[in-house]
Ligand binder design. Structure first.
Ligand SMILES: NC(=O)c1ccc[n+]([C@@H]2O[C@H](COP(=O)([O-])OP(=O)(O)OC[C@H]3O[C@@H](n4cnc5c(N)ncnc54)[C@H](O)[C@@H]3O)[C@@H](O)[C@H]2O)c1
Ligand SMILES: O=C(O)C[C@H](O)C(=O)O
Length: 326
């Protein structure tokens, strides 16, 4: 067969899923790069700023012969290029600076997330949306309300990041491989998040048997402050390597139908005794998006921590509901 015949006969050789990343800043560009290097899908990177997504996409594609990936990476300012995406990751919005809380981003980022979501729904009506923009729990809620999508197709990323930070602190404390350490952080992605030492292990051994209560308390506090610690160093923005890796792990579970159990920001309708809010809980992710919420038996302290977290999210949701975005 001549090359031209092969090409005409089998145009499906490079058929892949399609992931759009909205926001070509620190988190978005890093996530696009990681997803491309893992050949999760063909990637479209979109931003309001002209030239940035195009330049970064071209630069990523230039690395493909060295890093050996065949996924295409396209930069654009036009939502038409995002059409029929299987998965959309929203990172568009402003990041906090030292002295700010994530909640200070609410008013500006709610408008951005609402606008982005409307464009996504128009061009990719069947996609699954992963939201990263802060304040996370309120921004996922915004995307759910604006999109009108079912809850299993609108999910937030925070718990994977917070748990990964906790895992790294435990591994450092015990000087063991990160591969042996699991950890779970539930609740909202803010100061009220709920790290769960009881559900954290080292090679299956409960961490509570290996680390003193006082040291564990300090690790939990450092976990809850993990984002702010990075912001204090960077001064001009917030963390992006670990956040990008975290959202790509969720994307991988969905694109490859892995059925992974990960802490995700999910819309609760009765689970954990809560109703009508997004909060971080253990979930199963697969091709259907958020395929199940797993309910754990919590101690009284853990449950009241989760309730405090929900009350903080509820305050933000009240503000969002009054903005008239949907
Ligand atoms: N959920 C989490 O755990 C988590 C982790 C890290 C960062 N974040 C949040 O993610 C967001 C992005 O962080 P970053 O560090 O990438 O910020 P960044 O400033 O580097 O990038 C944001 C990008 O969004 C773009 N943008 C703004 N408005 C847009 C719009 N309407 N449409 C498309 N693009 C638009 C900007 O041009 C910029 O390129 C922030 O809100 C940050 O707080 C969340
Ligand atoms: O801390 C931030 O503002 C960004 C993000 O939520 C993080 O936890 O790194």
């Amino acid at each position: 067969m001549r090359w031209s015949d092969i090409h005409a006969a089998d145009s499906s050789v490079f058929t892949r899923k399609k992931i759009t990343v909205v926001g070509a800043g620190n988190v978005g560009a890093t996530a696009a790069f990681l997803a491309a290097t893992q050949e999760l899908a063909n990637i479209v990177l979109i931003d309001v700023v002209e030239g940035i997504p195009q330049g970064k996409a071209l630069d990523m594609r230039g690395s493909s012969p060295i890093l050996r990936f065949d996924s295409s990476v396209t930069g654009t300012n036009d939502y038409a290029d995002t059409a029929n995406s299987d998965l959309v990751i929203i990172t568009a919005g402003i990041a906090r600076k030292p002295g700010m809380s994530r909640d200070d981003l609410l008013a500006i980022n709610a408008g951005i997330v609402a606008d982005v979501t409307r464009n996504i729904v128009k061009h990719s009506p069947d996609c699954i949306i992963l939201v990263v923009t802060n304040p996370l729990d309120a921004m996922v809620y915004t995307a759910l309300r604006v999109s009108g999508f079912p809850k299993h197709r609108v999910i937030g990323m925070a718990g994977v990041l917070d748990s990964a930070r906790m895992r790294s602190f435990i591994a450092d404390e015990l000087e063991v491989s990160i591969n042996n350490v699991t950890a779970f952080v539930l609740g909202g992605h803010g100061d009220t998040m709920v790290p769960l030492p009881r559900y954290s292990t080292v090679a299956g051994i409960p961490v509570t048997e290996l680390i003193s209560e006082q040291r564990m308390k300090e690790i939990c506090e450092r976990t809850a402050d993990g984002g702010a610690e990075v912001v204090r160093y960077l001064k001009t923005g917030s963390a992006f390597y670990a956040p990008a890796a975290s959202v790509v792990q969720m994307a991988e579970a969905i694109i490859r139908d892995n059925k992974r159990v990960l802490p995700c920001c999910a819309y609760l309708e009765g689970e954990y005794g809560m109703n009508g809010y997004y909060l971080g809980v253990p979930c199963k992710l697969g091709a259907g998006g958020l395929e199940a919420i797993i309910e754990l038996d919590l101690t009284e302290d853990e449950q009241s921590g989760l309730l405090r977290s929900m009350e903080a999210v509820a305050d933000l949701v009240k503000v969002i509901d009054e903005l008239g975005l949907y």
